[in-house]
Write a protein that binds this ligand. Sequence first.
Ligand SMILES: [Zn+2]
Length: 78
Amino acid sequence: MSNAPCDKCEELLQDYLDRQLSAPEMAEAELHLDACEYCRRRYRFESNLRMYVRTSAAERMPPGLMQKLSELRSLGAP
Ligand SMILES: [Zn+2]
């Protein structure tokens, strides 16, 4: 179909990246990534971003920012 962004998989992707999906949801996300180019690109971008943040952040992030991020993270996750 088109490359239009889909809101539903936006959510799915976030959870997928955070590994917060159940096994069937995980499979659904992977299926969707196979089929949807928009999400595939987005997933690649997000996972690169996360990897970069994780590796560089751990070393040179000021303690205050680190805390801020973990607060933000806990807001997003129940
Ligand atoms: Zn999609």
